[in-house]
Design a protein around this ligand. Structure first.
Ligand code: HEC
Length: 165
């Protein structure tokens, strides 16, 4: 009798462990799917003006908009350097919006931004660095302008698609 009870108990224990294992697996699979979903879609909704609204906490929004104003500053300095024919000013302007600017990105903010936004944002920083290299290598005015309009086209493209409500 005691042996039978013990066998039943053990059996139950094994079953419970199997169930727990299954639950853990389901929770794990759900979190992978959820994480993947947010990694691609970000924290977004449709906005009233056809754009995609990205929902950020106030401090995250301030950070992103601060980077934007820094990039506008780079645009202004670059054009200033270009009109003055001053390569040093141009190089510095481009460099200050390069990849170094994106290095301090926090993981939660990254999760909220859609994949396409992250891709466009990173490519703009990369293009600023590559422009700085070309200026340092002695690129002429026409080349700098051509590369530069490639960058401003990206500013326009992203602003057409996204907003921070
Ligand atoms: C990856 C997407 C993306 C790229 C690339 C991008 N921006 Fe933005 N920018 C945004 C979004 C989104 C906003 C918020 C717009 C809104 O809510 O209407 C914004 C806002 C701004 C603002 C307003 C800042 C403020 O304080 O309100 C400026 C200035 C700006 N961007 C400049 C630029 C410049 C210059 C470039 C290119 C060198 C650029 N942005 C490239 C997404 C982008």
């Amino acid at each position: 009798m005691t042996i039978l009870a013990l066998v039943l108990l053990c059996n139950n224990d094994v079953k419970m462990k199997a169930n727990l294992g299954l639950i853990a697996l389901i929770v794990w699979a759900l979190s992978v799917v959820l994480l993947g979903y947010f990694f691609v879609r970000g924290w977004t909704s449709a906005a009233s003006d056809q754009r995609t609204a990205i929902h950020l906490a106030p401090a995250e929004r301030d950070l992103v908009l601060g980077e934007m104003r820094q990039m506008l500053h780079s645009v202004h300095n670059l054009v200033t350097g270009l009109s003055a024919g001053d390569a040093k000013i141009m190089e510095q302007a481009a460099r200050s919006s390069g990849m170094a600017m994106a290095a301090d990105a926090n993981p939660l903010l990254m999760a909220k931004l859609p994949l396409d936004f992250k891709r466009q944002g990173l490519s703009v920083h990369r293009d600023f660095d590559s422009l700085a290299e070309k200026i340092a290598g002695g690129a002429d005015q026409a080349t700098v302008l051509r590369e530069f309009t490639g960058i401003t086209a990206r500013c326009v493209g992203c602003h057409t698609s996204y907003r921070l409500p």
